[in-house]
Design a protein around this ligand. Structure first.
Ligand code: NAD
Length: 277
């Protein structure tokens, strides 16, 4: 698992909770320490709620700042910051380290898999899996088949998802795939509505929850994702679609500039208390 932020922590919880050993890599030692504590707390919660098996062994969790420690991995999942050049660099290095035929997975929110395939040694080993947040609570993910994803990689990805207790919905490639092509645009528009003074964040979300039956409104979802990640994802979508509707709105940019990223910093569109992320 490469990247020990919100998603790297949550996917590690999912994996060790299903008995799979994880080597978790990050460039930031503090992020790794936070992730180790996060995995322990998330695992307690997930077990209590029956979201991961209550019985059975917990997989070993090793944390490291050395990417070379993934050398014997049977599957590699990257969940580093949503910046395409950074992902390309990390995937290139990872694909050079592991044995040919090892499954490579990008957990990108929006960068097309075929674009990332240019960076790896064997494009046929790469697929996308867009895990939802938190992955140990939501048991469905998008499995993205890039034009160059090989059958063996898709089969390995299906087997991995099964071992993690996840249903994979298989979709084609493109900026934002299915969920984020729609969701990120919706979040951007919801933020614009707040900025325009049409409704406050609680009212926007109450409308989606009450009128449309969504369990969480777009702005609480944005706080859960992390507004920094929302802005990065919107930029990826804007650049790759040419659609100005994805241009991150001023309110989102202001919040990110102020360090109000949502749950992970305690404040975004809403105030947040303690969290397990
Ligand atoms: P985050 O900012 O919480 O964590 C990113 C981590 O990557 C940080 O700990 C950072 O130190 C690390 N990192 C940066 N460069 C690195 C490198 N070269 N090697 C190793 N680690 C490195 O971000 P996140 O929310 O966990 O998102 C990670 C990925 O998952 C992004 O692509 C994002 O779009 C995607 N994603 C996020 C969500 C969500 O709800 N947050 C959901 C699905 C997918």
């Amino acid at each position: 698992m490469i990247g020990a932020g919100v998603m790297g922590t949550g996917i590690s919880t999912l994996a060790v909770g299903h008995g799979l050993p994880v080597v978790l890599v990050d460039v930031d030692r503090a992020a790794l320490d936070k992730a180790r504590a996060g995995v322990a707390a998330q695992l307690r919660l997930a077990r209590m709620m029956g979201k991961v098996p209550r019985e059975g062994a917990t997989g070993e969790l090793v944390t490291t700042t050395r990417l070379a420690d993934i050398v014997r991995a049977t599957a590699v999942i990257e969940a580093v910051t949503e910046l395409a050049p950074l992902k390309a660099e990390v995937l290139a290095e990872a694909s050079a380290l592991v044995a040919p035929g090892t499954l490579l997975v990008s957990n990108t929110s929006a960068v097309p898999i075929d674009e990332q395939a240019d960076a790896v040694r064997r494009p046929e080993d790469l697929v996308g899996i867009h895990f939802m947040n938190p992955p140990y609570m939501i048991h469905t993910a998008e499995l993205i088949r890039g034009p160059r994803s090989g059958e063996h990689a898709l089969a390995a990805a299906r087997a991995l998802l099964k071992a993690l207790g996840q249903d994979g919905i298989e979709v084609g490639d493109g900026p934002g795939f299915v969920v984020n092509r729609i969701l990120q645009r919706m979040i951007n528009e919801a933020a614009r509505i707040v900025a325009d003074g049409i409704a406050d964040p609680a009212s926007v979300d109450a409308a989606f929850e009450g009128c449309l039956g969504h369990t969480t409104g777009p702005l609480a979802t944005a706080d859960l994702i992390g507004l920094d990640n929302v802005v990065d994802s919107l930029r990826v979508l804007r650049e790759r679609t040419g659609d100005a509707g994805y241009e991150p709105c001023a309110l989102l940019l202001d919040k990110v500039a102020a360090g109000d990223f949502g749950r992970k910093t305690g404040r975004g569109f809403f105030e947040h208390g303690g969290s397990t992320s």
